[in-house]
Write a protein that binds this ligand. Sequence first.
Ligand code: SF4
Length: 886
Amino acid sequence: MGEGTARTTCPYCGVGCGVVAQADGRAMRVSGDEAHPANAGRLCSKGSALGSTVGLEGRLLAPAIGARQASWREATALVARRFSETIDRHGPDSVAFYVSGQLLTEDYYAANKLMKGFIGSGNIDTNSRLCMASAVTAHKLAFGADLVPGCYEDLDLADLVVFSGHNAAWTHPVLFRRMEAARARGQRHVVLDPRRTDTAEVADLHLALAPQTDVRLWNGLLADLLRRGAVDRGYIAAHLAGFAEVMAALAAEDQSLHAVARDCGVAEADLATFFRWFAETPRTVSLFSMGANQSTQGVAKGLAILNAHLATGRIGKPGACPFSITGQPNAMGGRETGGMATTLAAHMDFDAAARARLARFWGAQRVAERPGLMAVEMFDAVADGRIKAIWIMATNPVVSLPDAGRVREALAGCPFVVVSDCMAATDTMAFAHVKLPALAWGEKDGTVTNSERRISRQRAVMPPPGEARADWRIIADVASAMGHGEAFGWRSPAQVFREWARLTAYENIDRPLNLGPLAALSPDAYDALEPVQWPVTGSGGTARLFADGRFATPDGRARMQPLRSAGPAVAVDAAYPLALNTGRVRDHWHTLTRTGLAPELCRHTPEPFVEVHPADAEAVGIADGALTRVQTAQGEAVVIAQLSDRQRPGDLFMPMHWTAAFAPSGRANPLVGACVDARSGQPEFKHTPARIRPYRETWRGFFLAREGWAAPAGLDLIWRRIPQTGCQLHEFAGRGDEREREALRLALARGATAAPLRFEDVSAGVLREAHLAGERLDRVMFTTTQGALPPRDWLVELFAAEALGAQDRAALLIGRAPGRIVQAGPMVCACLGVRAQRIAAAIAEGADSLEAIGESTGAGSNCGSCRPEIARLLKAPTGAEVRHAA
Ligand code: SF4
């Protein structure tokens, strides 16, 4: 590796792809690491665009106290003093840490050690609570510990893959590409999902089950396996407990094919096909992710999947396992080190022996006695004053938690809020009394664990910018200032990692999470550490768990769990007759803090939307593309309606990424109720009763400028910011009269030095105004009260010109690009920048397969996450409008 080059790991999803990063100053080129076992050189659109996200735009580069810059010494001392005073006055449970799957394992370890070992509270929880806490609880109940049995190779080897609430084509594209390759040799795909997602679109079978009927369906499958004699009686007798109780629970409900199909809202013949395929296919992997976990029945859904695999002995074998896939790059690291409030470090629980063991290992006097508050409870406690000081690390709960408006109010009223983050202006940062600048990806150095228990290195390839510091060091400095210097005296991430690895092996008789051989890594060996799956033994990593049928319970038997299906926490009713489901889009990540910096990632799904079945839209007079109010008992959003039969009648879908900085009216999580699974604490993001209404704007328009913009105070506008190359596009709409438009026009023109190019047609409600800085276009605004607005692409291109010619100036006034208007259409392949129009042209010229389109345009030939969309374009009638169905 050359200077400024490192083999590192992608910071986005739980696949954990290896990345080769080459930095030159703040510029970076990335490629897939061919030697990394998770991806063998592949990257998806997000990973491929990492180089666009490592600039210093928007970074927090120095500590701040209130609005003023502060030294590290001053900020650290203040955090330590306020936490110590709060603990002295109100006890250890009056403080909390809310952390993130973006943290490295070393950071997580340090934060957990401080809170659970030295502050003496369990109040540290991670945003991973929002994505896979239900799977963690299911694993512990069934296996005795939070253990993911399988590995990615199982996805290559399986003959049947069941995707349960998992849109892998979009959320884990590199894994999906592996499975696509396996499909070419006959692997079958079955998708269980209320939506016809891109994964479902190309599957062999899609069961669009009614929301919250997963347990009913998996119970029905188990009953069917029993009827067929397809369970493994020998395995059950030798390795399982609880089978009789499960049989009794199944018998309490009508498990006939007809009854299960009716209750799940799927065709009986399709259900029969799934049951038959499952029964006949020993090599089956069942993937489950947010669609299963984010529910008040999340634990039961996970257990129902585990039951089916346990009863058939399909676990611990090549190509056969239940497989929880994580959303974040280091959600697993948090689970391991105790980043969740419900566990101590290294998979230990709060029993006396484990607490004493940790006290001995850490030399700690006050190890937490009981589990702490889980994410939603934690912010409830902030709201009602039980928590008086909170430190939020590398996450944005003001956007990402359910009932996010209430989280906003809670933080606004909290006496002391610390936020450590690499970004300066997240929605959460606005509530910080102390802001601490953390390192970002490309600067950090440490380890992460992916969904298959594989530990990989994230390596620094750029120097720390400004005064930013590693999270583990920020935590250690605060711990030292609180009087715990001896226990937090690390000087490098390698030292933190070695201590962590030693803990996993400490007095370890039967804990599978064991990194013992890594405890003696030299600094050089740590630096060179190759990806390895825990448990780590003298001979290396471990691909599969439970191969010998022995589980992590006291008697070695897995526990099957009797389950009853139940409805959602809050049912739809006459006031809110629709069910709102929230989730991700293909090219965005979490709250846009990173992918919002890459214009190429903003083109596939440029703005927030609500996907609605056409019948539901027609019932309330909403047309495709219309601004639509989505209302729940918690709040309201206004977003574009996308009418699609990919949605079940009665269901809505909204993406969860947009924040106040990008689309204040497009935020999904303020709409979501704060109902959680009682056992896992995971919120129900997939089912909130809702209704839709037309927004009925009186005018709309757009504004392009070199800089981002926030709506002027006092104007009640719906606006969305869409980053472009070289400028920012703002779409907006209002319900006022011409005075509202004029107030906006004056605000946008503020500071302009020369008279604008201007066209106004009052009778048609049309206004166009362009400002130049010298000869260059500086900002442009178009509005209309009726009629259409022109395509934005040609205007975006004008921002790149050094000088506007006479033809361009005339075009601005006419409101139309010179010559024939060619709309490139929405972005389909973000990796190679191929838009819909180009693909349509290739199809018109005779490209009639995914391969032919790949050869002609390049589209779909990199990560492949756009291949289902290309397949849809291939199937579309000639001349059909090209549009995403997200
Ligand atoms: Fe990153 Fe994409 Fe790989 Fe996930 S699939 S780790 S987002 S490159």
